[in-house]
Design a protein around this ligand. Sequence first.
Ligand SMILES: *[C@@H]1O[C@H](CO)[C@@H](O)[C@H](O)[C@H]1NC(C)=O
Ligand SMILES: *[C@@H]1O[C@H](CO)[C@@H](O)[C@H](O)[C@H]1NC(C)=O
Ligand SMILES: *[C@@H]1O[C@H](CO)[C@@H](O)[C@H](O)[C@H]1NC(C)=O
Ligand SMILES: *[C@@H]1O[C@H](CO)[C@@H](O)[C@H](O)[C@H]1NC(C)=O
Ligand SMILES: *[C@@H]1O[C@H](CO)[C@@H](O)[C@H](O)[C@H]1NC(C)=O
Ligand SMILES: *[C@@H]1O[C@H](CO)[C@@H](O)[C@H](O)[C@H]1NC(C)=O
Ligand SMILES: *[C@@H]1O[C@H](CO)[C@@H](O)[C@H](O)[C@H]1NC(C)=O
Ligand SMILES: *[C@@H]1O[C@H](CO)[C@@H](O)[C@H](O)[C@H]1NC(C)=O
Ligand SMILES: *[C@@H]1O[C@H](CO)[C@@H](O)[C@H](O)[C@H]1NC(C)=O
Length: 217
Amino acid sequence: MRPATILHLTIIAVLITAATAQDPPTKYTNHTVGDNAGWFFNSTTNTTVANYSSWAASQTFNLGDYLIFRTSSNQTVIQTYNLTTFKNCSIDNSSDNDTIVYNGGNTVFDQALVIPVPLTIQGSNYFFSDANDGIQCLYGLAFEINVNRGLGLPPSLNQPPPPQYREPPGPDSASPPITIPAGGNDGFKNGLSVHVIAGAVLFALLAVNGGIGVEFF
Ligand SMILES: *[C@@H]1O[C@H](CO)[C@@H](O)[C@H](O)[C@H]1NC(C)=O
Ligand SMILES: *[C@@H]1O[C@H](CO)[C@@H](O)[C@H](O)[C@H]1NC(C)=O
Ligand SMILES: *[C@@H]1O[C@H](CO)[C@@H](O)[C@H](O)[C@H]1NC(C)=O
Ligand SMILES: *[C@@H]1O[C@H](CO)[C@@H](O)[C@H](O)[C@H]1NC(C)=O
Ligand SMILES: *[C@@H]1O[C@H](CO)[C@@H](O)[C@H](O)[C@H]1NC(C)=O
Ligand SMILES: *[C@@H]1O[C@H](CO)[C@@H](O)[C@H](O)[C@H]1NC(C)=O
Ligand SMILES: *[C@@H]1O[C@H](CO)[C@@H](O)[C@H](O)[C@H]1NC(C)=O
Ligand SMILES: *[C@@H]1O[C@H](CO)[C@@H](O)[C@H](O)[C@H]1NC(C)=O
Ligand SMILES: *[C@@H]1O[C@H](CO)[C@@H](O)[C@H](O)[C@H]1NC(C)=O
């Protein structure tokens, strides 16, 4: 092989590596909280069945992913963006706009539940159970995650708040503004631009290659 070709192959390999390293995730993921152990608390021993901080640290979370809580009505699922609410293990003084109660005030116990929670806001998201007056949360039924942009929200989740807590608008009421997170397609744009740049450099290399070929003739 001519040295020039080897150089070009090396550059191409470097470019491919760079493009791979910067590629955004290609799909949305459903994360089962606590894996097989699920989301449970043993009130006899005041212990959780899994270490949820460790579990959370083992995952990468992106917009549009879901957390799947496999649990029972003995636990609750609260999602909040408010650190004060999280640290307090209580929704008593929380505001509707930063805290979502997926199941609370249960009166029938030991009902199996599967609760899917979509991740729709980037940054810190906090989860806890406020059952047993916050004791479950205090003893570890709580965790924090950081949500990355990833692919951005899919169309199905692009219009928060979640449907189950939305009041039907009256005929005369002004619609609230629909918030579409800015730059929701950044992941795609970044991925595209890397490929465009790689393509442009490859094109330039081919041109240079042609130039060398002409010199050798
Ligand atoms: C993830 O969970 C959501 C909500 O239950 C569901 O609609 C979706 O199909 C699931 N996706 C996968 C890949 O299992
Ligand atoms: C709670 O822990 C106690 C003591 O380890 C055990 O006997 C009991 O079966 C546990 N309860 C559940 C629901 O796992
Ligand atoms: C569980 O924790 C609560 C609150 O700290 C305490 O009152 C209760 O006695 C504890 N139960 C056990 C079995 O440790
Ligand atoms: C969970 O594991 C972390 C280390 O990964 C440890 O620091 C923490 O104390 C554990 N939490 C519980 C409730 O055991
Ligand atoms: C669920 O809660 C009820 C009421 O506190 C209790 O009687 C029952 O033992 C709990 N179930 C488990 C599996 O801990
Ligand atoms: C939550 O806040 C109230 C009032 O500020 C306080 O009495 C309570 O101890 C707090 N609970 C926790 C778990 O920090
Ligand atoms: C909620 O606010 C009230 C009044 O501001 C206060 O008395 C109470 O302790 C607070 N509760 C919690 C859990 O922070
Ligand atoms: C978080 O919630 C508390 C009430 O629990 C409220 O006082 C505080 O302003 C909230 N923080 C933000 C950033 O909204
Ligand atoms: C919730 O509303 C308060 C004002 O009432 C605002 O300061 C805060 O940023 C809002 N939080 C979110 C997550 O929208």
